[in-house]
Design a protein around this ligand. Structure first.
Ligand code: KG4
Ligand code: ZN
Length: 330
C-alpha cells in the first residue's frame, strides 16, 4: 500500500499543534505548543493574545516537527488545516501558514472541520468501524454524530445552549478555579461527596442537552452562600455538579446506543479526558488517549487522509476561514 503522509495543522483555539500522520492512522510525529499557562489566571482564552502567540510559535513548531519526524517537506503529500469552527485570529494563522507552505512547495491543501477531526482521533489507535456513533464533548460543542461510513456525518442530537466543556469552565470560574475548569473540577470531584442539591440538566429521553439551567443553579447557590458568608466546599460542589452533568450525559449515551444499531462508538473531544467518562471505554466504545482528546494536529492529519483519498482539495486563492463551520450532513 502507498504511504501517504499528511501534514496536519491545528490552531483553532489555544494550541499550536502540527503533526505528520501516515495513511490516516500512524502518527509519525506531533509537536504541540499549548498556551494554557498564559490563560490560567485570566479566566479563559483572550483571542488576541492567542492569535499573536500562534503567529510567534508556528514556524518553530513546524521546524521541531520535521526534526522529530526526521523528514523534510518533500516527504509530505498534502497539507490539512483546520478551517473552523474556532477563533478567527487563531484559525487565520494556521490557514495562512498552510497556504504559504502549499504555494511555496506546490502541495495540495485540505480544509478540515475541527469537530469532524475530533472523531478521527479514534482512527489513530483503532481502526474506525461503521456504523459508528460518536459523542463529541468539547469546550465549544456537545453533539451526537451518527456515521454510516467514512466522512458521512449525521447529527442526531446536541446541546440547545452551552457545550459541556463550556459549562465545566464557567462553573470552574464561579468556584475561582484556574482556567480551564474542566480538569480542576474532575480532580476535586474525586475527593468530594454529593452535598449540594443541584438540578439534573434536561433529564429526558431525547438525545438533546441543555446545560444552562444547572449553570444558573450553580451561580445562584454560590451567590447565596457568599451573601451569607458561608464557605463552599469545593470538592463536594465539584462532585455534586459532575454527578449531575455526567449522569445525564451517560444516560443519553446509553439511549443513543439503544436507538442506533452501531458496531462501534466513541466519546471524543476535550471533555473525554474526564476520569469518570473514561470509565465508559470498552472494546466497542473508543475513547482516544489523553493527548488525542484535547485539541491536537494528529486528528487533523488523520481525517485529512480520508479527504485526500476523495480528492477533496482547496483552491488556494478562495480558501478562507469559516468561524462557525458546522458538521456537514452527507
Ligand atoms: O476539545 P477541546 O480541547 O477544545 C475545544 O475544541 O473546545 O476541549 C476543551 C474542553 C475545556 O472546556 C476543558 O475544560 C474540557 O475540555 N476538559 C475537561 C477535562 N479536560 C478537559 N472537562 C472535564 N474533565 C476533564 N478532565
Ligand atoms: Zn477541540
Amino acid at each position: 500500500m502507498n504511504k501517504i503522509n499528511i501534514l496536519g495543522i491545528e490552531t483553532s483555539c489555544d494550541e499550536t499543534s502540527l503533526a505528520i500522520v501516515q495513511n490516516g492512522e500512524k502518527v509519525i510525529a506531533m509537536v504541540t505548543n499549548t498556551q494554557i499557562e498564559e490563560f490560567k489566571d485570566l479566566g479563559g482564552v483572550v483571542p488576541e493574545m492567542a492569535s499573536r502567540m500562534h503567529a510567534q510559535n508556528i514556524f518553530y513548531v513546524y521546524e521541531a516537527l520535521l526534526k522529530k519526524a526526521d523528514m523534510t517537506i518533500s516527504d509530505i503529500d498534502a497539507i490539512a488545516v483546520t478551517q473552523g469552527p474556532g477563533l478567527i485570529g487563531s484559525l487565520l494563522v494556521g490557514i495562512n501558514f498552510a497556504k504559504t507552505l502549499a504555494i511555496e512547495y506546490n502541495k495540495k491543501l485540505i480544509a478540515i472541520n475541527h469537530m469532524e477531526a475530533h472523531i478521527y482521533a479514534c482512527n489513530l489507535e483503532n481502526e474506525m468501524k461503521f456504523p459508528h456513533l460518536s459523542l463529541i464533548v468539547s469546550g465549544g460543542h456537545t453533539e451526537f454524530i451518527y456515521m454510516k461510513d467514512h466522512l458521512n456525518f449525521q447529527k442526531i442530537g446536541g446541546t440547545h445552549d452551552d457545550a459541556l466543556g463550556e459549562c465545566y469552565d464557567k462553573v470552574g470560574r464561579m468556584l475561582k478555579l484556574p482556567y480551564p475548569g474542566g480538569p480542576e473540577i474532575d480532580e476535586l470531584a474525586q475527593n468530594g461527596i454529593d452535598e449540594y442539591d443541584l438540578p439534573y440538566p434536561l433529564n429526558d429521553n431525547t438525545l438533546d442537552f441543555s446545560f444552562s439551567g444547572i449553570k444558573s443553579a450553580c451561580h445562584n447557590l454560590i451567590n447565596t452562600k457568599q451573601m451569607k458568608n458561608e464557605e463552599i466546599n469545593k470538592e463536594n460542589f465539584a462532585h455534586s455538579f459532575q454527578k449531575r452533568v455526567l449522569g445525564v450525559v451517560n444516560k443519553k449515551f446509553d439511549i443513543a446506543l439503544e436507538k442506533h444499531d452501531v458496531i462501534q462508538a466513541s466519546i471524543v473531544g476535550g471533555v473525554s479526558a474526564n476520569s469518570e467518562l473514561r470509565k465508559r471505554k470498552t472494546d466497542k466504545i473508543i475513547i482516544p488517549s489523553i493527548e488525542y482528546t484535547t485539541d491536537n494536529a494528529a486528528m487533523i492529519g488523520s481525517i485529512g487522509y480520508f479527504y485526500y483519498l476523495e480528492n477533496k482539495f482547496e483552491d488556494l486563492i478562495q480558501f478562507d476561514v469559516k468561524v462557525n463551520l458546522e458538521i456537514k450532513h452527507t
